[in-house]
Ligand binder design. Structure first.
Ligand code: NDP
Length: 283
């Protein structure tokens, strides 16, 4: 089974669009997402463009604040402070990576946790750890929704996550744990990686290495969620998995492109509407 992230994300965006239309009909204001982009990183430009496009499609208002590469940390902090105080702004997203002279951790911590739609602020990280309501980082959240969509319950299953980043590996491991999976987190220091991944009922690959995983890494009938976004030797977009080979052995697998990637934006939109409702009604 191919887990079609494009289709699932489209469904989510259409549902959100209906909700925004209802707000419009009730003459209420629509949510506003503020996106801060520093410098001219090519990938970041594409990500921001896609986020704005998704906002436009759904009917969420967006505001992009662009700064040149030489923007200072203090300047950026004062922009965020303004957005924090702006009652019309529901969600704030600072596109990463930032230029090397800016401390990303300081910037993330300066965002009001109630507007932190990326779910990176330590308050939201703690809430995820405690399984309390906060903002769940978009990519891991998207993966959980995908499993839900195919009717797969990870409860009691062996889930192996390869990669331990703060934005993917760690949060998805916690989400799986909260769903009662038995979770193993592997990383670059892991020995006998293949023996571990072969045990997985669900394998999540988030290492950022083109076609690193082949058929031999999984057992028959596993579910594979490939987070990696890489270029292969021909410059074509590909995941961490050798998709063709693994698809023959897996029960279900996400392609790249068209898998986990589109879900990230759909969940960002979901978080923005959530931020709006929480701020509007104090829930
Ligand atoms: P990071 O570079 O932050 O983390 C990579 C992880 O992979 C690290 O934990 C690293 O281990 C581990 N790793 C590296 N090499 C190996 C190896 N040989 N064996 C086992 N583990 C290894 O990456 P991100 O989590 O930010 O992203 C991962 C991939 O997902 C990238 O391709 C990125 O582009 C993509 N991505 C896709 C998104 C989407 O929307 N689809 C969103 C976010 C990311 P260690 O910690 O020991 O260094």
């Amino acid at each position: 089974m191919i887990i079609n992230g494009k289709e699932i994300s489209q469904k989510i965006k259409d549902q959100l669009k209906i909700q925004i239309n209802e707000l419009k009909q009730q003459k209420k204001r629509v949510p506003l997402l503020a996106v801060v982009l520093v410098g001219h990183n090519q990938a970041s430009e594409v990500y921001v463009r896609n986020k704005v496009k998704a906002c436009e499609y759904i009917g969420i208002a967006s505001q992009v604040i662009r700064k040149e590469n030489n923007c200072t940390q203090d300047e950026l902090l004062s922009i965020i402070e303004k957005l924090n105080k702006d009652v019309h702004v529901d969600g704030i997203l600072v596109q990463l990576p930032l230029p090397a002279h800016i401390d990303e951790e300081i910037i993330i911590r300066s965002i009001n946790p109630d507007k932190d739609v990326d779910g990176f602020h330590p308050i939201n990280v703690a809430k995820l750890f405690l399984n309390e309501e906060g903002f769940i980082p978009c990519t891991p959240h998207g993966m959980m929704v995908m499993l839900d969509e195919i009717g797969y319950n990870p409860g009691g299953k062996e889930v192996v996550v390869v990669g331990r980043s703060n934005i993917v590996g760690k949060p998805v491991s916690l989400l799986m744990l909260h769903k009662n999976a038995t979770v193993t987190i592997a990383h670059s220091y892991t020995t006998h990686l293949k023996e571990i991944t072969q045990r997985a009922d669900v394998l999540i690959t988030a290492v950022g290495k083109a076609k690193f995983f082949d058929q031999s890494y999984i057992k028959e009938g596993a579910v594979v969620l490939d987070v990696g976004i890489n270029r292969d030797e021909n410059g074509k977009l590909c995941g961490d998995c050798d998709y063709q080979a693994m698809a023959e052995k897996a029960y279900a697998i996400t392609p790249v492109p068209g898998g986990v990637g589109p879900m990230t934006i759909a969940m960002l939109m979901t978080n923005t509407l959530l931020a709006y409702h929480r701020r509007s009604y104090g829930i």
